[in-house]
Design a protein around this ligand. Structure first.
Ligand code: FAD
Ligand code: NAD
Length: 407
């Protein structure tokens, strides 16, 4: 094979880190590298809840790909991937097709909707810049409508969050800050607005440290967030939801339903015919798809089991970044004619979740618990470290979060 063609699909955490590492690791004439993405920007998915609430402008979250990728070295194809044909080593795009010698699939996640009635039609999900912008504008529009309606339309002021996992909790925290601003802007009494988090498990953040969960719930409740625990969201209508607890159903008016109750891998991966669980491919230790030595899968499309508890590692940016580093290294080995590939061993550095301005919870350094402003500072350090890794000091100074006590 002379001058192999490496095609990377998706400019999320997995795709971007693979690309920037490869452009450093491989000489200009060693391989042709192509990055395919829907947009000409990369976005920090981990900040989308802030964009969706309207507490952070989306331009802060997105990064022009050309600011971090050398487009003389990497070809950027701005297009949408439609399907993969592994047997022909081909990728079909909306506006053409590409062939490859090595493929990296980093197409990220989709909301898992579990077939809930009316969800696709009537609820919003925090998936990307466009969906976050839509949520921000939709909520704001409903606040603007409230005082223009003849009847008391409580559904316009009830914001329902489906799921109190990390995404739901982080979004609730941002709403705790945003709702008072909206009330002021649109002359709505704060006590009229409800932020209702519906969680099927008996606790928020199931499986996370109990003391931290209690801190998070107490703090969010002090910000006006209500929790309906042990409660399943069963149905979403245009202006209400149906929830069920202890076999009792209740209808709650709401025209602002944000579904944050779980993710699955991009459906393109499943449609390719790979064996998947929740749309994620159980990859080999060196991150290749079973039976396809030329295809690496990174990020939320990949599934890796934690041998200690025989459960899959959760789909996180932290893991996507580490997988991308190993993938870039393994591609370099293959391009150089080697065959001994590195096995992926995640180095989990902890979990930190924001609760809004200057507030967070987290477990870091192998078990140390952090609360409040200290956890919030840690969250900013983690975010800033990623920017440094991706684009160096320039990107850090442009997009980093430096105000310790606020945004
Ligand atoms: P993504 O980041 O989802 O990127 C996929 C890319 O592929 C996107 O650029 C998209 O535009 C592109 N794409 C998708 N489909 C196509 C197509 N058909 N054609 C072309 N391009 C396409 N994890 C953490 O570790 N820490 C956190 O604090 C954290 N916070 C989070 C907060 C929120 C609100 C959410 C929703 C998730 C959070 N996560 C966090 C999880 C983390 O964001 C994901 O695990 C991570 O984004 C996965 O990275 P990825 O590279 O697989 O894909
Ligand atoms: P999740 O799967 O972690 O949580 C979803 C929650 O929704 C669960 O608590 C589940 O019990 C609940 N749920 C599911 N169906 C329901 C229903 N019908 N009614 C009511 N509740 C229901 O999903 P997520 O929060 O979207 O997170 C996705 C991934 O992103 C996870 O791996 C998470 O760790 C990661 N993430 C990390 C951070 C962070 O580290 N700060 C932030 C956000 C997301």
């Amino acid at each position: 094979m002379n001058r192999p063609k490496i095609v990377i699909l998706g400019a999320g955490y997995g795709g971007m880190i693979t690309t920037v590492k490869l452009q450093k690791m491989l000489g200009r004439n060693e391989a042709d590298i192509t990055l395919v993405n829907k947009h000409n920007y990369h976005y920090q998915t981990t900040w989308l809840h802030e964009n969706a609430a309207g507490t952070l402008h989306h331009d802060h979250t997105r990064i022009k790909i050309s600011d971090v990728v050398d487009l003389n070295r990497v070809e950027l194809v701005q297009d949408t991937v439609v399907s993969l044909q592994p047997d022909e080593k081909k990728v079909t795009l909306e506006n053409g097709e590409l062939t490859y010698d090595y493929l990296v699939v980093g197409l990220g996640f989709e909301a898992a909707t579990f077939g809930i009635q009316g969800l696709l039609e009537n609820a919003f999900t925090i998936n990307n810049i466009n969906s976050a912008r839509l949520i921000r504008d939709h909520i704001e529009y409903n606040f603007a409508r409230y005082n223009n309606e003849k009847e008391d339309r409580q559904d316009l002021l009830n914001i329902v969050i489906g799921g109190a996992g990390f995404t739901g909790i982080e979004f609730a925290g941002e709403l705790g800050n945003r709702v008072p601003e909206l009330c002021k802007e649109y002359d709505v009494p704060r006590e009229k607005v409800r932020i209702i988090t519906v969680e099927a498990s008996p606790t928020a953040l199931p499986g996370f440290d109990e003391e931290l969960v209690e801190y998070a719930m107490n703090y969010l409740e002090s910000q006006g967030v209500e929790f309906k625990l042990g409660t399943m969201l069963k149905q979403v209508n245009e202006h209400s939801i149906i929830v069920e607890k202890d076999e009792q159903q209740e209808e709650i008016p709401s025209s602002n339903v944000i579904w944050a109750a779980g993710v699955r891998g991009n459906s393109i991966v499943e449609e390719t015919g790979f064996e998947t669980a929740r749309g994620r491919v159980k990859v080999s230790e060196d991150l290749r798809a079973p039976g396809h030595d030329d295809i690496f899968i990174v990020g939320d499309c990949a599934l890796i089991m934690d041998k200690e508890n025989d459960r899959p590692y959760p789909p996180t940016a932290q893991i996507a970044i580490q997988e991308a580093e190993v993938t870039a290294h393994n591609l370099k080995t293959l391009v150089h004619g080697g065959s001994k590939l590195e096995a992926f061993e995640p180095e989990l550095q902890g979990t930190v979740a924001s609760l809004g301005e200057g507030q967070a919870i987290g477990v870091v350094f192998g078990g140390k618990k952090l609360f409040g402003w200290k956890a919030s500072v840690m969250k900013k350090i983690i975010d800033n470290r990623y920017l440094l890794k991706l684009g160096g000091v320039g990107l850090l100074l442009k997009k980093g979060k430096f105000n310790i006590f606020t945004k």
